[in-house]
Design a protein around this ligand. Structure first.
Ligand code: 0HH
Length: 208
């Protein structure tokens, strides 16, 4: 019996990948939704180790930093590579995904109007790296023969980018196949069709 709780704002944001991962792994979790007004009071912020959300609780263990949470779940749920060597490669690839996510969030929150077109134009320079990883690995996953937290993270980033630019994967057949394969996993498919997922905007400022 697990006791997972996610405390976060009413957006997919930095919890998108962990929710997809928990669903696919057949886990249940509780959501504590923080409103803008509650957050602005400042009391909760003061208790957060880095002054930010998400906060993740696992039977008394409290974690912050979305990628640390993904890694924790990867280790706990067996989605972290099958060997120590693979686990290191999973971390490496996940850091590469984080670089795209960070650039995406900067564009969305700071320069959507002025930077969106240039951002989309530059995407192939980032996507080609992940295309090459998938072509080399051949299993359909980023590392080894089993799904890892890096796969969930990349999948969620790509879903968001397909909203930003529906044709952005057209030159990347392996990435396109990867998104199709992940989307077709039964528990992910059910989650992506759920109100819990659909009702949440991708980002907190209405841009996507
Ligand atoms: N490195 C951290 C991580 O990966 C970054 C966390 C972070 O940026 O976990 N947290 C932001 C919220 S994510 C935060 O706590 C961006 C979504 C913003 C949506 C806000 C919607 C509010 C409306 C209800 N920001 C608050 C702060 O820094 O005070």
């Amino acid at each position: 019996m697990t006791g997972f709780t996610i405390t976060y704002f009413a957006v997919r944001g930095r919890c998108g990948a962990m929710r997809i991962m928990l669903s696919d792994q057949g886990q249940e979790w509780k959501e504590v939704v923080v409103t803008f007004d509650e957050w602005m009071k400042g009391d909760l912020k003061k208790t957060c180790v880095f002054g930010q959300l998400p906060k993740f609780e696992d039977n008394g263990l409290i974690l912050y930093q979305s990628n640390a949470i993904l890694r924790h779940l990867g280790r706990k749920l067996g989605a972290n590579g099958e060997t120590e060597r693979e686990a290191s490669l999973v971390d490496m690839v996940a850091e590469g995904v984080e670089e795209i996510r960070t650039k995406y969030l900067k564009m969305i929150y700071q320069e959507y109007e002025t930077g969106k077109d240039a951002y989309i134009k530059d995407l192939p320079n980032h996507f080609c790296k992940f295309e090459a990883i998938l072509v080399k690995n051949q299993s359909g996953f980023l590392v080894g023969n089993s799904i890892s937290y890096a796969d969930y993270s990349l999948f969620e980033v790509l879903l968001n980018h397909q909203v930003l630019s529906p044709t952005c994967l057209d030159s990347f057949p392996s990435l396109k196949k990867f998104v199709e394969m992940m989307s077709a996993r039964p528990k992910i498919k059910t989650f992506l069709q759920s109100d819990a997922y659909k009702k949440l905007p991708i980002n907190g400022n209405g841009k996507q």
